[in-house]
Design a protein. Structure first.
Length: 118
């Protein structure tokens, strides 16, 4: 099992940027996929994007394309979510989740709050 810990959330102004981190530990990650999700108050959890740790390939939700970049640092076993041009509607708790490629997300972090003010 992989332990995931998010950090980097906080308060940002509309138009600004934030970079969230997801530190992973517990097992090798060559076949692992890490995804970012968010959940705003009163709304369902929403997929933001993902990265295949071994291949390095990424995919994003249509709503995130152009404003969000997911990357990884193998030396630090950390996945990043870079968010630019923030909007108040980006306010949510952001979670990273992981799982073996093709088997869904079984490991979840505790979440980090992002609040964007207008």
């Amino acid at each position: 099992q992989v332990q995931l810990v998010e950090s980097g959330g906080g308060l940002a102004q509309a138009g600004g940027s934030l970079r969230l981190s997801c530190a992973a530990s517990g097992r090798t990650l060559s076949t692992y996929v890490v995804g970012w999700f968010r959940q705003a108050p009163g709304k369902e959890r929403e997929f933001v994007g993902r990265i295949d740790w071994g291949a390095g390939t990424t995919s994003y939700a249509d709503s995130a394309k152009g404003r969000v970049t997911i990357s990884r640092d193998g030396a630090k076993n950390t996945v990043y979510l870079q968010m630019n041009s923030l909007k108040p509607e980006d306010t949510a708790v952001y979670y990273c989740a992981g799982g073996v490629r093709g088997r869904g997300y079984n490991d979840w972090g505790q979440g980090t709050q992002v609040t964007v003010s207008s």
